[in-house]
Each structure stands twice: as structure tokens, then as C-alpha cells.
Design a protein around this ligand. Structure first.
Ligand SMILES: [Zn+2]
Length: 223
């Protein structure tokens, strides 16, 4: 079943989880059949980012030491948490847990990605669950990667960007709404970007997948 990532409202608070919180949340994922079966509790899976009601869980994993464990109805993983007073369920929370518990998988998916939806800053990236939504599209070709310099105090927007060459010196990154992004390409790497822009025209796109990386992946779209 396709994953169901639901973006949080911008008012949702992004909580910063310590190791104790991560472990408390991870404990919710095991032996949870008595709490969840047939109930209307809101649940989420921090492997695929889907949110659903507890009664949608259809498969359970037998455990030797206790009650059964819920498997996600979307991806089949035993990474299902449910809403508690201490931890209101949100996509930002699922994203944070994904990065904490599935870090190597995230790195692998990110390194292969050729597409990610747009985001306006780090918290927006968490609230939209961008790490669950980045994709490697078979028709796209990765043509290189360059380093970005971020202009201080201007945010961490990203996703798919258009690369505009303005005059002999300027490379401007523009988001899907036409706003220029707060990054500049390192001067020594301008030549590569210009050559690719000349060769591929508007089929050349940039991808900023992770607001902490300051990398621009150069994608040639063949859609
Ligand atoms: Zn899942």
C-alpha cells in the first residue's frame, strides 16, 4: 500500500528529542496489540512516515516475550508509534525518529535522490516529512554535485530549484515560486554548472535534499 505522509500544520511545534525520549518512543513500537487493536488511537510509522488509525493495522508480529507487535499497514515495518499525552503525534516527530533510528537508510536514499518536494526551512522540512518523500526517479540522470555557500540569516529553503545564469558572473537558484534562494555556488564550481546549463537548458535542475548539507545535486530531467 502506498505510503501516506500528511504534512503538519505550520503551528505544530517541533520538539527536540533527547536520548531518553527516543528510547521512550521506541518502546511504544513493541508488544502494543492490547493498546492498538480495534482502537481509534492515531498512529504513525517512523519508517515510511505514514499516519493512520490503530484499527487500520492488519498484521501483527508474534513476540516471544509478550503481546504481539503492530506492523505498519503501508510498509510492513515494526516502527509503529501511537499518540500519547507526552508525545503528540506529528509528521515532524516521525521524521525526527526516522533520522535517529534509520540514519544509514536515510543517507542511502538521500544520496540516490533526484527529486524532493520544496521546503522553506529546517522545521518545514521536518513537518512536511521530506526525508520520506525524496525519490530516485529512473528517468533522471545525476550530472554532478557542487557545494553551496549559505548567506547567513536567510533561511534554509530547498527542494527542486531552477538554475539561472545571469550575466558572466552570477548563478542564481530559484525555487518553484520564483523566489531566489539564500545560497551561492562556490566560485570554483561555477564552470561545471554553466557547462551543464548550456548543454541541457531548462532540463537541468538543482536538488537541495537536506537543509544541513549545503549541497546542490545537478539533475538532468528526462520526463
Ligand atoms: Zn510504514
Amino acid at each position: 500500500m502506498a505510503c501516506r505522509v500528511v504534512p503538519d500544520d505550520p503551528s505544530v511545534e517541533v520538539s527536540h528529542l533527547g536520548p531518553d525520549d527516543l528510547h521512550a518512543l521506541n518502546r511504544l513500537t513493541a508488544y502494543n496489540r492490547p493498546e492498538l487493536e480495534g482502537s481509534d488511537l492515531r498512529c504513525g510509522c517512523f519508517h515510511c512516515g505514514s499516519v493512520f488509525l490503530a484499527r487500520e493495522v492488519a498484521r501483527w508480529m508474534a513476540e516471544k516475550g509478550g503481546a504481539d507487535t503492530a506492523l505498519c499497514p503501508h510498509c510492513g515495518c515494526d516502527a509503529v508509534i501511537y499518540e500519547t499525552p507526552a508525545f503528540p503525534l506529528s509528521t515532524a516527530l516521525l521524521t525526527t525518529l526516522y533520522l535517529g533510528w534509520f540514519g544509514p537508510e536515510y543517507e542511502e536514499r538521500k544520496n540516490a535522490a533526484t527529486y524532493a518536494p520544496s521546503f522553506s526551512d529546517y522545521e518545514d522540512w521536518l513537518r512536511k516529512g521530506i526525508p520520506f518523500l525524496m525519490e530516485s526517479r529512473p528517468a533522471d540522470q545525476v550530472a554532478g554535485e557542487v557545494d553551496l555557500f549559505r548567506e547567513p540569516e536567510r533561511g534554509d529553503a530547498g527542494g527542486m530549484v531552477r538554475i539561472e545564469t545571469r550575466g558572466p558572473r552570477d548563478l542564481v537558484l530559484v525555487d518553484e515560486w520564483g523566489r531566489s534562494l539564500p545560497y551561492t555556488v562556490m566560485t570554483g564550481q561555477h564552470r561545471l554548472v554553466r557547462e551543464l546549463a548550456e548543454k541541457h537548458g531548462p532540463r537541468l535542475r538543482g536538488l537541495i535534499a537536506d537543509p544541513n548539507d549545503w549541497k546542490l545535486r545537478l539533475i538532468v530531467e528526462h520526463a
